[in-house]
Write a protein that binds this ligand. Structure first.
Ligand code: BES
Ligand code: MN
Ligand code: MN
Length: 455
């Protein structure tokens, strides 16, 4: 198997580079034709890898690519999930090379989507090709690559509900998360949920002269800032009433286990070039970024931001706010609590509008399942070290939905690193990680089939 990977090493890379050249940005409608091109490309490559049937399914948003290779109804079936859409590449000027013209530098692939998630899901297509070419495929494979993950997978719920039979499987395998380091393999056993809202504070019916009216009429930007800063107290606790009501606290053992993972705070600060970290009092950085909920402003605007100065009291101010959620918070409940609270703290001098965007539920998976064990054994075999279970801070909305609709747990066997700069300028993915993934995935199938047959 490793001989086959070695022999086709260059082609495996070049195919990924071609995919990275397609700017499949789901958030921006100007890239709609590229989304279709990316879906076609993925479909063709899955077909070439040896799938029996591959199709593009239209949705009201971006299409889903689905393929399968059913070798024996008696064998377990693994559903692979990934996403071919990427985040916008802005700000372009901060890239050292154009985001959709991949380059290899220092054994890393630099391009938008290199790690998230094109580089990672493409490993599965190459692993499938390898298993079929070497006659070693040990499970049935279903593969679903969607195009709306980065915008909340909003049309996927209907798709999954409508294709429950087609997507039926024993477990789900996803590479869209990170490991601690190349010599410290790990598996994420949880993801945070998300609720995302846009808020608008509206003052007078028009922009006003800030000398004539200033001091006497509400300035929506000042008020928005006050309102936002009141959402957290001096201990970093979120002040929305009821926000923590359903938060599941970890046991002391669970917290100790989480905090025993290798983590160097000085390195962390050095990497980010910050003198100190911040967050909720009483929790470590690992906890703050994985098992505790958050509230963050992602963007804020209003008033005059052009060259020079303009003396104006703006009539409106807006912000985009995200909240990361942990078990057992739900996005709907938290969105409702936020809306009610935000409306209630607005002074009478302004009006506020809260518009919900997308959301998703948090997720956890146990480490004593057959699928977790199979992933653990696969990584131990390929890395030479047993992977550490961690809890991830990011969100993949479909994972909780798979559990709800298909009744199956997902295994988050990702191969990224923090230095990959997901969603940032100069995103990259290590060649080591790409090939390590292609090597590890077939081992998952092998161990999973063996463990299942012993059950
Ligand atoms: N692959 C990431 C999520 C991720 C990254 C999980 C690293 C764990 C470690 C995914 O593509 C992503 O960015 N998700 C979005 C969710 C969304 C836009 C609804 C996120 O977490 O912001
Ligand atoms: Mn992703
Ligand atoms: Mn992402």
């Amino acid at each position: 198997m490793n001989n086959y990977i070695e022999k086709h090493r260059d082609r495996f890379l070049n195919e990924l580079l071609d995919l990275l050249r397609i700017p499949s940005v789901s958030a921006d409608s100007k890239f709609k034709p590229d989304m279709l091109r990316a879906a076609e490309y993925v479909k063709d490559r899955i077909k070439e890898a040896g799938a029996d049937r591959v199709e593009i399914y239209e949705t009201p948003g971006h299409p889903v690519v689905y393929g399968e290779k059913i070798i024996d109804a008696g064998l377990p079936t693994v559903l692979i999930y990934g996403h071919y859409d990427v985040q916008p590449a802005d700000p372009y000027e901060l890239w050292n090379s154009p985001p959709f013209e991949p380059v290899i530098k220092n054994d890393r692939i630099f391009a938008r989507g290199a790690c998230d998630d094109k580089g990672q899901f493409y490993m599965h297509i190459k692993a499938l090709e390898t298993m079929l070419a070497t006659g070693s495929l040990a499970c049935n494979v279903k593969i679903m690559i969607e195009g709306e993950e980065e915008i909340g997978s909003s049309h996927l719920e209907t798709f999954v509900k409508e294709h429950r039979e087609m997507l039926k499987c024993d477990t789900i395998l996803i590479s869209d998360t990170s490991i601690i380091a190349n010599d410290v393999p790990s598996i994420e056993t949880g993801l945070r949920g998300l609720t995302y809202v846009e808020v608008e504070v509206i003052g007078a019916n028009r922009d006003l002269h800030s000398g004539v009216y200033g001091g006497g009429v509400a300035n929506p930007i000042n008020i928005l800032c006050d309102m936002i800063s009141s959402l957290k107290d001096e201990n970093g606790h979120i002040t929305i009433p009821g926000f923590y009501d359903n938060v599941q606290d970890l046991t002391t053992e669970e917290r100790n286990a989480l905090n025993s993972a290798p983590f160097d705070l000085d390195e962390y600060k050095k990497d980010l070039q910050v003198d100190d970290v911040t967050g909720e009092a009483g929790y470590t950085t690992i906890e703050r970024t994985s098992v505790r909920p958050t509230l963050d402003v992602n963007g804020i605007w209003g008033g005059y931001i052009g060259e020079g100065a303009k003396t104006v009291l703006p009539s409106k101010a807006s912000a985009k706010v995200s909240m990361r959620l942990v078990p057992n918070q739900t996005d709907q409940e938290i969105c409702a609590l936020f809306t009610k609270h935000f409306e209630s703290i607005a002074p009478a001098s302004v009006k506020v509008k809260v518009t919900p965007h997308h959301g998703g539920l948090p997720y956890v998976t146990p480490t004593d399942s057959i699928e977790y064990k199979a992933a653990e054994m696969a990584m131990e075999e390929s890395f030479g070290k047993k992977p550490i279970p961690t809890r991830g801070g990011g969100s993949i909305p479909i994972v909780a939905l798979f559990e709800q609709e298909l009744g199956r747990k997902s295994i988050l066997m990702g191969f990224g690193l923090d230095i990959d700069a997901l969603h940032s300028p100069n995103e990259s993915y290590g060649l080591f990680n790409y090939y390590k993934g292609i090597e590890t995935i077939p081992l998952f199938f092998k161990h999973y089939a063996e463990l299942k047959s012993k059950k």
